[in-house]
Design a protein around this ligand. Sequence first.
Ligand code: NI
Length: 211
Amino acid sequence: MNPHAKTSARSVIARTFAAMLGVAALVACAPEASAPLDPPLAGSSIGGPFELVNSAGETVRWDDFAGKYRVVYFGFAYCPDICPTDMQRIAQGMKALEERAPDLAAKVQPIFITVDPERDTPEVVGEFTSAFSDDIIGLTGTPEQVDAARDAFKVYAEKGEATPDGGYLVDHSAITYLFGPDGEPLATLPTDQPGREGAAAFAAEIEKWAS
Ligand code: NI
């Protein structure tokens, strides 16, 4: 026997109404499904032209990445904890993106820029980035070049505590930015979660804003 045969017209209407409410609730929870949101950093003045030096000692300019999405992180190679953790998560997030969306991943360039040009020579920056991924470009420069890049990207950095080995820490903002193919700021990317979930969240955020 078909149980639906017993369904009254009234309960069909009730169910249809409930289904409509359900759809309305879904739309309310996911506004991007109906109207695309602007990227959170759209229109902000973060980022801009720079002239820096890569691990091979070659000059690299912001405009050299025209046509590519860019993941940008400022830090320093001697950082004991936060920078290495963030760099590892950027590398893992990029790997997750390669698995989920290889065509998009091929258009995304991760870039590490030092805030400590005094110690982070081209060679040191290259060793640091290649410890996480050969796909990450490490950049340094003269103190003036690095200052100009920091200013353009609104990055805070200041020499901090001395360390027992005779070195020093650098206090700095640690934000991972996503920029679009014209160098326009789009969003910050999450590096707060470890493991596969964190990498998936990182990749999903790039997919969300890169179209
Ligand atoms: Ni750091």
